[in-house]
Design a protein around this ligand. Structure first.
Ligand SMILES: [Zn+2]
Length: 365
């Protein structure tokens, strides 16, 4: 029975095949794959997907053995990662799916104070740098930077990709680099349909990458570039860097907390003004917000002698006005009284107040 293909990311029914390609027989790999798409995820994937087959294939083949020390050709990628490591507090780096370890060799040489660990199913080889190790055992977590370089397009189990985000701690970074399908046509390779193969089983858009990222991981960098490639040509690569902010408060809770933190700042001001009569300068949002619970003028409507405003006459005729109004030119009435200024750009008003009401105390809120 042939199951209907469903999008491995969202689980919805996928499109009719975009392509169906036959290959020669190879152990563990399907000899025919169909490429399907999910418009909602902006994503394409091969079908059928057979995780055990691919797992056995990668266990048997060192996919990237040519990328050993000194032969690493993707130097633009190394520069992007060097900028990231150099500009942030990165102390430990894990390259998950490190292949021959060429990328880590370049980076470890540039950052001798940073610990680098390369993991791959075949990475049981020694390193010639003291700050670089390789392992074929699934690595422990809590790294500052996880590199997934040309890994996620090979992984059949999307849930397993999502699980890898657990390998960085709070504040840690995840760098995901994968081919950019939207640029395949811009970088045609010497062979027909080269980008549709049976090892690249996922074709991600940036949107699709963000969809598989767990909640709490935010994008901090990203882009596309021409990656130097084996055929003497370039390969379109895209990368996204995400930061683990899961420990931070969600937006609603953050705003609630912000307003809660405002209270002690203004309780003292409100208490101080409670026993005084004053003029208010500024009849905008700051003034009205100040009257609400927690604000410095809350319950102090009766302490306001009048609001100083150039349109005092007009405002006073408004039947709904809760306050008395006074023109700024009524100096005799105002000068000497406390003035509470609620105008945002009060630095510019300083001189005006000193000249117009020299005997007044000015309180900015
Ligand atoms: Zn989908």
């Amino acid at each position: 029975m042939v199951l209907t293909p469903t999008c491995p990311i969202c689980g919805l029914k996928a499109s009719a095949p975009i392509a169906q390609i036959r290959f020669g027989e190879k152990p563990h790999l399907p000899s025919e794959v169909a490429l399907h798409g999910c418009a909602d995820c902006d994503f394409a994937f091969t079908w059928p997907r057979d995780p055990p087959g691919y797992r056995d294939y990668y266990a048997a083949v060192a996919n990237d053995a040519a990328q050993r020390h000194g032969q690493y050709r993707n130097l633009p990628q190394a520069e992007i990662l060097a900028d990231l490591i150099g500009s942030r507090q990165v102390q430990s780096v894990l390259d998950f799916g490190c292949g021959g370890g060429g990328l880590l060799h370049v980076l470890a040489g540039r950052f001798p104070q940073v610990d680098f660990l390369g993991f791959d199913v075949n990475a049981n080889f020694p390193s010639d740098l003291p700050n670089l190790r390789f392992s074929d055992q699934f690595p422990p977590g809590d790294h500052d930077l996880l590199i997934l370089s040309h890994v996620v397009e090979h992984m059949a189990d999307i849930g397993q990709i999502q699980g890898l985000f657990g390998l960085v701690g709070e504040g840690g970074l995840v760098h995901i680099e994968t081919p950019d399908p939207k640029l395949y046509a811009t970088f045609p390779q010497p062979h027909f349909g080269y980008y549709v193969d049976r090892l690249h089983i996922n074709h991600f858009s940036q949107r699709a990458i963000l969809r598989i990222a767990p909640q709490g991981f935010d994008v901090v960098a990203g882009g596309t570039y021409a990656m130097p490639y084996a055929l003497g040509a370039f390969y379109p690569a895209q990368y996204v860097v995400l930061r683990n902010r899961q420990g931070e408060r969600a937006v609603p809770a953050a705003i609630e907390g912000y307003l809660r933190d405002e209270a002690p700042r203004w309780t003292a001001v409100q208490a101080e003004l409670r026993d005084r009569k004053f003029f208010v300068y500024g009849f905008g949002d700051n003034f009205h917000r100040s009257l609400t619970p927690g604000g410095p003028l809350h319950c102090l409507e009766d302490n306001i002698i009048a609001v100083i405003d150039r349109n005092a006459a007009v405002l006073a005729t408004d039947g709904l006005a809760r306050f008395a109004f006074v023109e700024p030119t009524e100096v005799v009435r105002i000068d000497g009284a406390l003035i509470v200024c609620t105008v945002s750009q009060f630095s510019k008003l300083d001189t005006f107040f000193r000249e117009a009401y020299p005997r007044s105390e000015i309180r900015y809120i």
